[in-house]
Design a protein around this ligand. Structure first.
Ligand code: UDP
Length: 501
């Protein structure tokens, strides 16, 4: 390395990323890390082996592209907390009895992570919201901490509203509607649609309080959103919480430009490009905008009573569909699904993907016409970018709030009519009937209201692409953020220099 080059390298802004151990938190924060590296920042992602296996391929490709990015792997203390080797992430297959142990294992890594921030000489740390302790760790080192907040600005604004005004306390029935106070739009919900920890205090409420406190102590927050999508809520959130925040999305769009990046995203396995996948072959024979894509993200499973309703609704809808279903647990009675699969294969009406689907690639296909989604924020952003309207079926986390953005604010989706929030690892009591699913799907694919929604979402799809181009809203935010972090670094270095006697 020449001396000039060495100087440049030494001068690089060093940022450490710390993803949480669940797939849908890992995916966007790793993409943000890759985005920083694309902007000339030196990036290290600290994580455990199983989490790294989900995204290491993309990091290797970025390194080959000349970006300064790497993974720093720390061992997960599985045996110390009584877990089998390899169980260290939260997803749909995580056995319920192991969830608390994974959290315990993760908290045991705190000191090692904190030491790494210092040893790797970070100028800034970007950590998932689920690591509130990192705000103090950054303060000790005198460096800024940014937190990645998953979900929409609307969802976080709504949580803030419920916490401050407790509107659901004024309501007699759990199924009665109330307004979310103080928000830019009139948005109605019922107490049953609120996360349990917002309805009444639980252990999780305490964790969320810590997360909010840590946000106030941090330099600011990062969102995978873009101004043209929910700028009103971005402004509202910053004002209501008095915090700094940057929207950088859609982040996947910037950093997953080629087919290998798209194919491997979220499960680490790149589908063989020379082998045409079954789903692709199947889709290629379908007319444009004709196929429903039905998926409920990386965390949720349904009981067989609900699977029956979905299967019948899809079959009776008359539309072609791709349905992504989580693999069966051993001994589970879902033999009707095998029959269903044989039938829809024979009629050529449906294609089932068991386990993990290459969602980004599928959503690029012109044959897709709309989504049935659980309103996971990553999926909403991906669907908006692809220009597809949605039938919304929120289940857990902040998804009922995300639904409001899609159906009531942007009017690019229709609600299936889910009434009850549940935990991600819990089936809940509600079974949405096939008639309700059918009604939403019919409207979504219709030439009337469906076409209006499609027109609106297409405009947003164009806006998404503009947001990440030169001069676009997210691109401008990204440049300003990197510049600001560089200035903070300079101030810190100058302070050190002047402090030397
Ligand atoms: N995903 C995928 N294939 C699947 C399931 C999920 O590629 O079979 C990706 C999807 O594209 C999205 C993420 O995993 O980026 C799921 O995140 P989301 O916020 O939609 O839902 P969650 O998994 O948090 O419920």
């Amino acid at each position: 390395m020449g001396s000039h080059q060495a100087e440049v390298e030494a001068d690089k802004l060093k940022v450490i990323f710390l993803p949480f151990l669940s797939t849908s938190h890992i995916i966007p924060i790793v993409d943000i890390g890759r985005l920083f590296a694309m902007h000339g920042v030196d990036v290290t992602i600290i994580t455990t082996p199983v989490a790294a296996s989900i995204f290491q391929n993309s990091i290797d490709r970025d390194t080959n592209r000349g970006h300064s990015i790497r993974t720093h792997i720390i061992k997960f203390p599985a045996s110390q907390v009584g877990l089998p080797e390899g169980v260290e992430t939260f997803n749909a297959d995580t056995p319920p009895g192991m969830i608390a142990k994974i959290s315990q294992g993760l908290s045991m890594l705190k000191e090692e992570m904190e030491q790494l921030f210092e040893d790797l000489e970070a100028d800034c740390i970007v950590t998932d919201m689920f690591y509130p302790w990192t705000a103090d760790a950054a303060a000790k080192l005198g460096i800024p901490r940014l937190l990645f907040l998953g979900g929409s600005y609307l969802a976080h604004s709504a949580q803030h509203s419920v916490k401050n005004y407790m509107p659901h306390k004024e309501i007699g029935l759990d199924t009665e509607k109330f307004n979310l106070p103080g928000l830019p739009h009139k948005l109605e919900m019922t107490p049953l649609q609120l996360p349990d920890w917002l309805r009444a205090p639980t252990g999780y409420t305490y964790l969320m309080e810590m997360i909010r406190d840590s946000e106030k102590k941090s330099y600011g927050s990062l969102f995978d959103s873009f101004y043209e999508l929910e700028g009103t809520y971005q402004e509202h959130y910053k004002k209501a919480t008095g915090t700094k925040s940057w929207s950088l999305g859609p982040v996947f769009l910037w950093v997953n430009q080629d087919a290998s990046d798209k194919a491997g995203r979220g499960n680490g396995k790149v589908e063989q490009e020379d082998k045409v996948q079954g789903w692709l072959e199947w889709l290629n024979f379908k007319p444009d905008n004709s196929v429903l894509y039905v998926s409920f993200g990386s965390m949720s499973k349904f009981p067989s009573s609900q699977l029956v309703e979905i299967a019948q609704a899809l079959e009776e809808s008359g539309h072609d569909f791709i349905w992504v279903i989580k693999k069966k647990d051993e001994g589970e009675e879902v033999s009707f699904l095998d029959e269903f699969e044989k039938r829809v294969k024979a009629s050529n009406k449906g294609y089932l993907i068991w386990g993990w689907a290459p969602q980004l690639l599928i959503l690029e296909n012109k044959a897709i016409g709309g989504l049935v989604t659980h309103c996971g924020w990553n999926t909403i952003i991906e669907s908006v970018n692809a220009g597809f309207p949605m039938a919304t079926w929120p289940l857990f986390a902040e998804q009922f709030f995300n639904e409001k953005l899609v159906t009531d604010v942007l009017k690019i989706g229709v609600a299936v009519g889910a009434k009850e929030w549940r935990n991600w690892n819990d089936f809940g009591k509600e079974v949405v009937k096939k008639e309700e699913i059918g009604k939403a799907v019919a409207l979504l694919m219709s030439s009337g209201e469906g076409a209006d929604m499609r027109r609106r979402v297409r405009e947003l799809s164009h806006a998404a692409k503009r947001a990440v181009q030169v001069g676009g809203s997210s691109q401008t935010n990204m440049l300003e953020l990197v510049q600001e972090l560089k200035e903070l670094r300079l101030q810190r270095v100058n302070r050190k220099v002047t402090a030397i006697p």
